[in-house]
Design a protein around this ligand. Structure first.
Ligand code: 8NA
Ligand code: MG
Ligand code: MG
Ligand code: MG
Length: 357
C-alpha cells in the first residue's frame, strides 16, 4: 500500500476508533479519567475481539457526520453545499440516537424544511445569530483535510473547511477550530514518524496567526467574544503557545492541568487544542504505557482528559492516524469499532481523487 493511502486510511480509521472507544466514557463528563481505567476498557476490548460474537462499539454523531462529508466530497468530486446538508440531515433523521449536540438538531430540521435550498441560513440563526461554537464542525473535518491534501495550499484548505463547517456552525470559534484541526491533520500527513513536536506546533502557530488576524465577515472576532466572556485565553494561537510551553517542559503537566487550561468540552475552543496536544504528547514518554505505540498512546491520553471524550479522541485519532498510518491502529480495535471498513473505502475514494490532476 502506498504511504499516502495508509495515512489517509489512518486518518479516517483513527477518527472512527477514537469516537467509538471514547464514547464509552463520554457520558461520565469526568474532569479526568485515570489512564489505567481507559487501558482496562481497551484491554477488555482486545480480549473480546478474539471471540467470534465480539461486541461492536457503535460510532456516534462525530463519525456519522464525517461519513456524510466523505461521501459528499467523493460523489461530487468537490463541495456541493446542498448535497452535504441533505446528507447531514437525512442521516440524523434516519439515526437520531447517535448522540448529536443539543442544538444542532434544529439546524437539521430547518434544512429539511427548506428542502436544502437555504443551506447556510439555519446555522447562522443559531443562538440568536451568534452561531454555534460547538466542536461539531471540527469533529467531522477529516475528509475535507484529505480532499485538499493534494493542493498543499492552506488558503484552499481553509475555504473548504469553512464551507463544510458553516452548514451547521458559523461562530468564528467553531470555524477556526475546524481550520486548526484540518491544518494539524495536513501536517501529520506530511510528517514522518520521527517528526518534531516543537516544529509542528511552531508551524501551526504561524498558520493560525495568519487566519486569526484576518478580518472576519461573520459575527464577532474570536478576541472580542472571548474578552466578553472573560476567557483566560483569547485565541487559538495563545492556546498553541501554552502547548509549546508544555512540550518544552521537562515533565509534562498533569491531566487535570491540561483539562483545565486547554479544555476538553463540547466547544471547539475547549477541545481542538487538547486533541492537538494529545497527539504531540504521544511522542513523549509515558511511564505506564511502555508497550503501546504512539497512536495507542494518543487515544488513551485523549480519553483520559475526560469531558467530551469521544470528540477529543476522534480529533486526536485523526491526526495520529494521519501521521502513523493505518498499520499503527491495532487490528483488535479496528474489529470492534463500527464503520471501520467504510472508513477504509472512503479513504480509498479520497486517495483516488488526490491522484487526479
Ligand atoms: P451544538 O451545535 O448543538 O452545540 C453543542 C452545545 O454547545 C449546545 O447544545 C449548547 O449548549 C452549546 N453552545 C454552542 N454554541 C453556543 C452559543 N453560541 N451560545 C451558547 N451555547 C452554545 O452541537 P455540536 O454539533 O457542536 O456538538 C458538540 C458536541 O455535542 C459533540 O461532542 C457531540 O458529540 C455532542 N455531544 C452529545 C452528547 C450526547 O450524549 N447527546 C454528549 C456530549 C456531546
Ligand atoms: Mg459524539
Ligand atoms: Mg463542486
Ligand atoms: Mg462528543
Amino acid at each position: 500500500m502506498s504511504t499516502t493511502l495508509s495515512k489517509f486510511q489512518g486518518a479516517l480509521v483513527g477518527a472512527v476508533v477514537g469516537d467509538c472507544i471514547g464514547a464509552i466514557f463520554e457520558s461520565l463528563w469526568a474532569k479526568t479519567i485515570h489512564p489505567n481505567k481507559v487501558l482496562k476498557a481497551i484491554e477488555n476490548l482486545e480480549t473480546d475481539s478474539t471471540e467470534e460474537d465480539h461486541r461492536i462499539l457503535p460510532f456516534t454523531d462525530d463519525t456519522a457526520m464525517a461519513r456524510s462529508v466523505a461521501k459528499s466530497l467523493i460523489i461530487n468530486k468537490g463541495f456541493d453545499a446542498s448535497d452535504m446538508a441533505e446528507r447531514f440531515s437525512e442521516n440524523y433523521f434516519d439515526e437520531p440516537d447517535r448522540g448529536y449536540g443539543g442544538n444542532v438538531v434544529s439546524v437539521f430540521s430547518q434544512l429539511k424544511e427548506s428542502n436544502y435550498e437555504d443551506v447556510f441560513g439555519p446555522a447562522r440563526k443559531q443562538f440568536n445569530g451568534s452561531g454555534s461554537y460547538g466542536n461539531g464542525g471540527a469533529m467531522r473535518i477529516v475528509p475535507a483535510a484529505l480532499f485538499t491534501y493534494k493542493d498543499n495550499d492552506p488558503e484552499k484548505s481553509k475555504v473548504l473547511v469553512t464551507q463544510v463547517t458553516s452548514i451547521t456552525h458559523t461562530h468564528n470559534q467553531a470555524i477556526l477550530g475546524a481550520i486548526l484541526q484540518s491544518y494539524a491533520i495536513d501536517m501529520a500527513l506530511n510528517s514522518s514518524n520521527s517528526f518534531s513536536p516543537d516544529e509542528m506546533v511552531d508551524a501551526l502557530i504561524t498558520l493560525m496567526k495568519m487566519v486569526e488576524d484576518e478580518p472576519k465577515e461573520t459575527n464577532k472576532s474570536l478576541k472580542e467574544s472571548q474578552k466578553e466572556d472573560n476567557q483566560k485565553w483569547k485565541t487559538y494561537v495563545e492556546k498553541l503557545e501554552v502547548i509549546k510551553k508544555y512540550l518544552k517542559q521537562e515533565e509534562q503537566p498533569t491531566l487535570l492541568t491540561v483539562h483545565t487550561e486547554l479544555g476538553a468540552d463540547i466547544s471547539a475552543f475547549e477541545s481542538v487544542p487538547a486533541a492537538v496536544y494529545s497527539f504531540l504528547r504521544s511522542h513523549k514518554d509515558f511511564a505506564d504505557l511502555k508497550d503501546r505505540n504512539s497512536f495507542e498512546k494518543t487515544i488513551i491520553y485523549a480519553i483520559s482528559l475526560g469531558g467530551d471524550s469521544d470528540t477529543v479522541a476522534t480529533m486526536a485519532g485523526a491526526i495520529a492516524g494521519a501521521c502513523y498510518g493505518v498499520d499503527s491502529i491495532p487490528i483488535s480495535w479496528q474489529k470492534c469499532c463500527e464503520g471501520v471498513e467504510d472508513a477504509k473505502q472512503f479513504a480509498e475514494g479520497l486517495y483516488k481523487l488526490s491522484q487526479m490532476s
